[in-house]
Structures are given as structure tokens and as C-alpha cells.
Ligand binder design. Structure first.
Ligand SMILES: *Cc1c(COP(=O)(O)O)cnc(C)c1O
Length: 373
């Protein structure tokens, strides 16, 4: 049985009639950029997240880098984040000319370890970017506390975590800014690129509204160098069709995670994901830790199971940051976990039969490689 890590087509089929009607309506309307769907979608996202403002953008990467721009973070500044994430997190710090400062992770959650943040703060530090990786909320209370004491901004990278909650609040609304991605494979994915920034600050909202449209709030009046980062109306219309389903889809992912946890109980070599108390994790990925990860990964691929390594190289060791001369060994927990993690097929529409097959193949592969090791 071939089981991909995500099956976007299966989800599409559940909303096809509505999505096609919505797209057709946009095409027939003649209004393709910054139209009614953008406005409505931004309002619907404010309601969903329970925050004052949202700004729809072209990508999650733009949400991150425009958040930094809006906070006037750039050349000579430092931003604290994690190296155990997708490159867009530190790339956005680089786009504005600031330096990423990486802090090691908590091995139970894969997220930035709040206990290690303070040691990384210097007079140049301006912000912290916690990443809610795999849909798992960061421990936000200590992060907010540190930020307050050191006068730092908190920009939440919630690109993998729409709908996730920390102590009853949606992630992305706890810090100064939240950043979301609607890349097709995200929990709320559109059919192209898309992103959104959330904030309770009128100032940040106004800045980003201008920055996304060539640096001017009034047409043909340009106050600063901006970018073109608008969410097109077709994507906004598709997202408006899908948003009402996100809670149902996230809760299906949680049920699937529970079933995987159950199925892996018989195999002590497989470490299943943990959840912090008072969090609602939305399982963008279901990620296990296993011995002989690369060998097992290959066995799964040979059996048609689409498991993936997120991410094979931590960001401090990526060529893009070589000018900082970050060294191997600098983030031991990040580096160790990079070698252990494997993300399994996870999407709202996965069937129990498929999950049982994934579990059967994984357990067999892990046990086989334990014997030969
Ligand atoms: C997907 C992702 C991004 C970037 O989002 P895009 O919409 O692809 O630009 C940023 N951070 C994380 C953690 C992501 O997973």
C-alpha cells in the first residue's frame, strides 16, 4: 500500500464544489487583488484567532520578515530563535540584515528551551522568534516573561500551528506578532502561496499594510521601501471556503496522533511525541524518534510509506549562515534530535487502515534494524 506523508487531493475532494464555485466567482468578478475576499478573510481570521488585527500576505516568510521590518529590526540587531525549524525562520532575520542567534531546544517538544534564552541575550538583542514546530505550542509564559524583563519583542512563528492553543489562547496571539503560512501542505493550506500576520497593535498593522503594498498606505504615496506581498483574491476565496473546517481537521489530526501513540505502545524503541500540559497541539507533523533513523527511513520508502525528515540539517550548520561561523557542537540537543526524528504520514483524511499499515511497517523496520545493529 502506498501511503504519502500528505494527500492534498483527498482533502480537495471534500470541498471541491465550494472551492470551485468560489474561484469562479472571483474570476467573474474582475477584482483580483486586495478585494472583498481579502477584507472578509482578514476579519474571519481575527474572529478565529481572537485578535484585533490580521494582515493577509503572500507567504509565511513575508509575515516573518515584514514583522521584523515593522518593528524596525535590521542591520546591527540580533534576533533569538531556534535552529530546529524550516529555513524561512532565520532567513527572514537575514532578509532584514539582522543576525540570528540560535538557542538550543527542549528535546521533549523540539521547541526553543526557554531556560536557555536569557544567556543568549546581548545589548543588540531586539526580539525572540519562538517557533511552534510541528503544531506543538512553545512554552510561552517564560518566553513572554523574559521578553518583558529585557524589553524584547516576541514574534511567534505559527506557520505550522494554526489553531494550536497555549493555556486557552490561540498561538500567534500571545506575543506581539503572529505569523502564519497557507502553503498547500500546512494545516490550513491554500492552492498556491499565502500567509498572514496577526497582532493586537494598530501601529504594527498599519506598518505592515503599507509594507506589503510598496511602502505606502495611500496609493502612489511611498514612505519607505516596501515589497509586493499581497494575498491574491483567488487564494483568499479558497481560504475562506476552508477556514470553517480547520477545527474539524485539526481535531481529526489529534485523533490520528492518539491512534499512532496507541499502535506504537508495543515498541519501546519508538519514542512518540509528548504534549505539554495546557496545550492543544495540532500535529502539523507526527514526529517520532527512533534509532537507526536513516536506515529505517529507507525501509519505509521501499515499502511505499512517505515518511520525511524535518529537518535534516539544523539552521546553524546551513551554508546560508556560514558568515557567522557557527560551529557543530554549539547546539548539542538540536544536533542530536536532527539525527533521530522521522515524521510519519499525517493529514486529516488519513484512514485507520493506512495508519495501521504505517505502524506495522515502522515497527517491523525498527525491530529489524535493532537486531542487525
Ligand atoms: C512553512 C513555514 C514557513 C514559511 O512559510 P511560507 O508560506 O512557505 O513562506 C516559516 N516557518 C515555518 C516554521 C514553516 O513551517
Amino acid at each position: 500500500m502506498k501511503i504519502p506523508i500528505i494527500n492534498s487531493k483527498r482533502q480537495y475532494e471534500t470541498i471541491a464544489a465550494k472551492a470551485e464555485a468560489a474561484v469562479l466567482e472571483v474570476m467573474r468578478s474582475g477584482s483580483y487583488i486586495l478585494g472583498a475576499n481579502n477584507k472578509e478573510f482578514e476579519q474571519e481570521m481575527c474572529n478565529y484567532l481572537d485578535c484585533k488585527h490580521t494582515v493577509a500576505l503572500n507567504s509565511g516568510t513575508d509575515a516573518l520578515h515584514l514583522a521584523l521590518r515593522a518593528l524596525d529590526i535590521g542591520e546591527g540587531d540580533e534576533v533569538i530563535s531556534t535552529a530546529f525549524t524550516f529555513v524561512a525562520t532565520s532567513e527572514s532575520i537575514g532578509i532584514v540584515g539582522a543576525k540570528p542567534v540560535f538557542v538550543d531546544i527542549d528535546p521533549d517538544t523540539f521547541n526553543i528551551d526557554p531556560a536557555k534564552i536569557e544567556a543568549a541575550i546581548t545589548p543588540k538583542t531586539k526580539a525572540i522568534i519562538p517557533v511552534h514546530l510541528y503544531g506543538q505550542p512553545c512554552d510561552m509564559d517564560p518566553i513572554i516573561d523574559i521578553a518583558k524583563r529585557h524589553n524584547l519583542f516576541v514574534i511567534e512563528d505559527a506557520c505550522q500551528a494554526i489553531g494550536a492553543e497555549y493555556k486557552g489562547r490561540k498561538v500567534g496571539t500571545i506575543g506581539d506578532v503572529g505569523c502564519f503560512s497557507f502553503y498547500p501542505t500546512k494545516n490550513l493550506g491554500t492552492m498556491g502561496d499565502g500567509g498572514l500576520l496577526s497582532t493586537n497593535s494598530q501601529y504594527i498593522k498599519d506598518r505592515v499594510i503599507a509594507l506589503r503594498n510598496h511602502g505606502g498606505a495611500i496609493r502612489y504615496h511611498h514612505d519607505e521601501i516596501g515589497v509586493n506581498s499581497r494575498l491574491d483574491e483567488i487564494q483568499a476565496a479558497i481560504l475562506r471556503v476552508k477556514l470553517p473546517y480547520i477545527d474539524k481537521w485539526n481535531s481529526a489530526r489529534r485523533e490520528h496522533a492518539k491512534l499512532y501513540n496507541e499502535l506504537f505502545k508495543s515498541c519501546s524503541l519508538i519514542e512518540t511525541p509528548k504534549e505539554l500540559d495546557s496545550t492543544y497541539c495540532v500535529y502539523h507533523q507526527y514526529t517520532v524518534k527512533i534509532p537507526n533513523r536513516d536506515g529505517v527511513h529507507k525501509m519505509l520508502a521501499d515499502a511505499g510509506i512517505g515518511a520525511m525528515i524535518y529537518y535534516p540539517i539544523p539552521l546553524h550548520l546551513q551554508k546560508v549562515h556560514e558568515k557567522y561561523n557557527f560551529k557543530e557542537g554549539m547546539l548539542p540537543i538540536t544536533e542530536e534530535n536532527t539525527k533521530l526524528v522521522l515524521s510519519l504520514p499525517m493529514f486529516a483524511e488519513i484512514t485507520e487502515e493506512e495508519q495501521r499499515e504505517v505502524a506495522r511497517v515502522l515497527i517491523e523496520a525498527v525491530e529489524k534494524s535493532a537486531v542487525t545493529a
